[in-house]
Design a binder for this molecule. Sequence first.
Ligand SMILES: *[C@@H]1O[C@H](CO)[C@@H](O)[C@H](O)[C@H]1NC(C)=O
Length: 375
Amino acid sequence: MDCHFSLFSVLFLFVVVAAAATSLEENSVLSAKSEPLIRQVVGGADNLNDPRLGAEHHFELFKRRFGKSYKSQEEHDHRFKVFRANLRRARRHQSLDPSATHGVTQFSDLTPAEFRRTFLGLRSRLRLPSDANKAPILPTDSLPTDFDWRDRGAVAAVKNQGACGSCWSFSTTGALEGANFLATGKLVSLSEQQLVDCDHECDPEEPGSCDSGCNGGLMNSAFEYTLKAGGLMREEDYPYTGTDRGTCKFDKSKIVASVANFSVVSLDEEQIAANVVKNGPLAVAINAVFMQTYVGGVSCPYICSKRLDHGVLLVGYGSAGYAPIRMKEKSYWIIKNSWGENWGENGYYKICRGRNICGVDSMVSTVAAVQTTSQ
Ligand SMILES: *[C@@H]1O[C@H](CO)[C@@H](O)[C@H](O)[C@H]1NC(C)=O
């Protein structure tokens, strides 16, 4: 599996908790008791609550909506079985995560294992590259209550990693795009393919644990690569192909953004907020189990594994319009994902703050770009 989780003393506890959480989630008593109806809001007549509409009907809608076709009847029948299991899973997620909406997504015909293998791609390890700093502790007393880098022009359009475990490269470019915007005043979309093809940065203390294209990687090592390579090219000059079978076509003369330094942010939520406000969007890791069925709203599951398997971009935080009984006054992080604009809320995910939900506070990095004059 590409998202192998190594045991480190610090994270060992997480693993234990994660294992417990996973089995609890899968055999949840909660969900058996009462199944709150899925509030599927997309796709017009696509109402999962209508008892007259069976799984067959939803599968037909799903295939039409996402342009799915299967090679054989056998494959079709298998996918329908998986789809039905995912409908049940979405209902379970809905009862565990009532402030979000869970239902049919483009991933509804994939088993959880296929989903993890194909659409995530975070290699979880904690050893930091030699050039990683610890982010200085910032003052937190005058932070705004709501903050969103999208309103300030620091976030490029949502991209799509496709069927390739390259999430780490999108998280990396997103953070550097923001940092480069802060350093130069210009928003330039950067090349993930350069990272997928050229970045094979390894963990010095864990042989064989290296950034490896569609098989996974880590944002901190990608920052390390970018620092050593000199920078990243423009998206248009080195476009994304979604495969890692090509050779490295990096052209040093076409660098448009460079890393000055990068730092690891402490686990403290206020420090994370202070860092996003001061330094721009942050590269963060998360457990993506609820994201396979996420349709919208603020995700705040009662229980979620902290086993990190996905790299995303934290672009801000908010609180407006969110007050479920159990998390009153709590705000959420705004997360940019790399599964296209048709996933989630126009490509974005909201996850509640306060309890390191799904491990979102566990691996947070900030990058600073070199201030250039010749852009
Ligand atoms: C990182 O680089 C930025 C921009 O050059 C600089 O202002 C900052 O002090 C540096 N941070 C560290 C931790 O070296």
